[in-house]
Design a protein around this ligand. Structure first.
Ligand code: AP5
Length: 213
């Protein structure tokens, strides 16, 4: 099962991809998390990426494509994977096709008003990047990650003006992929506006209807 999960900022891609990864025992490959880890580690790649991420625009395609190429050459993807946040441009989608392509794309359809509410309460682990929401999915112990015990905090790019730019970037660069994958009959459109469990159930139903079990 080689899947990608697509949707606007805050649609729940990371939340749902993590669940699918746990249930189907296949790795979740999240370009945003990979980049944030590079930033936290102070690498050259992290320094380059940070300039783009803090403005809410895409990191250049060649950097991301190389990162994904390396990741997809590792042994743990043999039985499948879930791409979260990639591809995000037509150039990235074409590069992915050259790497063997994907079997399906889950598209989370959520309105901008809904995701703005989600950003207000979002917190992320400073170490392992696990995602929480103060109201809908809080950590068991306040301020502390359930998975690794590190502190949880606001993401640097969740400031209102950066979120607005991330939406503009999404509409311009990423939304065209919805049509592209639709035309190739790979798209599974899911209403992303319910509760986390409702959305997950809808994704499972969509996957089952395509024979992914
Ligand atoms: P990235 O980290 O991928 O950010 P994003 O796409 O904007 O998506 P988010 O991580 O903000 O949201 P999400 O959809 O994963 O939602 P989540 O599950 O957290 O990328 C960041 C930056 O990195 C980009 O701007 C770009 O600069 C760069 N980048 C990354 N990939 C790139 C690429 N391929 N090419 C170039 N540049 C790239 O949920 C949001 C909140 O809502 C959480 O608090 C969650 O708990 C809550 N929530 C989730 N679902 C529900 C629900 N159903 N009901 C209520 N609350 C919910």
């Amino acid at each position: 099962m080689k899947l990608a999960i697509l949707g606007p900022p805050g649609a729940g891609k990371g939340t749902q991809a993590s669940r699918l990864s746990d249930e189907f025992s296949i790795p979740r490959i999240a370009t945003g998390d990979m980049l944030r880890m590079e930033v936290n580690s102070g690498t050259d790649l992290g320094h380059q990426a940070q300039q783009y991420m803090q403005k809410g625009v895409l990191v250049p395609d060649d950097i991301i494509i190389e990162m994904i190429r390396k990741r997809l050459s590792q042994g743990d993807v043999r039985d499948g994977f879930i791409l979260d946040g990639f591809p995000r441009s037509v150039v990235q989608a074409e590069a992915l096709e050259g790497m063997g392509g994907i079997d399906g794309v889950v598209y989370l359809d959520v309105s901008e008003e809904e995701v703005v509410q989600r950003f207000l309460g979002r917190r992320a682990c400073s170490q392992c990047q696990a995602v929480y929401h103060l109201r809908t999915s809080p950590p068991r112990v306040r301020g502390m990650c359930d998975r690794c015990g590190a502190s949880i905090r606001h993401r640097a790019d969740d400031r209102e003006e950066v979120v607005r730019q991330r939406f503009r970037t999404y509409r311009e660069k990423t939304e065209p992929l919805v049509r592209r994958y639709g035309a190739r009959s790979l798209l599974m459109e899911v209403d992303g506006s319910g509760t986390i469990q409702e959305v997950y159930d809808s994704i499972k139903t969509a996957l089952a209807s395509r024979g992914f079990t």
